[in-house]
Design a protein around this ligand. Sequence first.
Ligand SMILES: N[C@@H](CCC(=O)N[C@@H](CS)C(=O)NCC(=O)O)C(=O)O
Length: 216
Amino acid sequence: MSDGIILWGAISLRALRVHWALQELGLTYQFRPIQSRTGETLTAEYSGHNPKQKIPTLQDGDFTLTESPAIVNYLFNNYGPNSDADIHLPQNAVEQARADEWSYFAMMELDAHSLYLIRRHKFLPEIYGEAPVAVASAAEYCLKQINAVAPAIADIKDYIFGSKISAADILLATTLDFAERYEVELPPSCRAYRDRAFARPAFLAAKQRNEDLDAN
Ligand SMILES: N[C@@H](CCC(=O)N[C@@H](CS)C(=O)NCC(=O)O)C(=O)O
């Protein structure tokens, strides 16, 4: 018996990515507003859904999926083709490759290599320990990577594929915002791109739901 779509994960930027995809697609979903570092990801029930004990996790009927970029792409690819949503799905191998290039850049070069390290060792030292040299190096690396793509982002008219937002835009815009939160200064083109994406009604609805701890 399917319960429809259930999203586990509140407050976190990575859960916000999934809320945003769901809102862009106009999908109805239940929300389990559990947070990291509260013990809520450690329960037997949640560990059964996500043994990594992290948020977000998506349940779609009997299908359970973790990793925010995988979830965002699944939602676009599974529900996008038959929806009225104003979104872009890659139309051929070249477009898919371009989407992958931006997505892996955001997830690997920014999120995993540098931003998560800054997050853990500068903003959560009581849990992960202080590592000032690693933090400074990660911030420098992150800024170098962002500056390298700033001209390409300046050439983006609205979104990566034109006037319609794609899954890759959700990953890129949220990760650029992540960088600014962690004190990596965004070039003007990146800030403008992030601000444009974050002004979308679907983003604003997603942000509100991500922060609604009384929800279900
Ligand atoms: N690669 C994962 C990372 C998930 C992740 O690290 N989530 C954080 C919140 S943003 C978390 O659950 N942290 C709790 C912990 O590390 O114990 C994704 O993108 O979904």
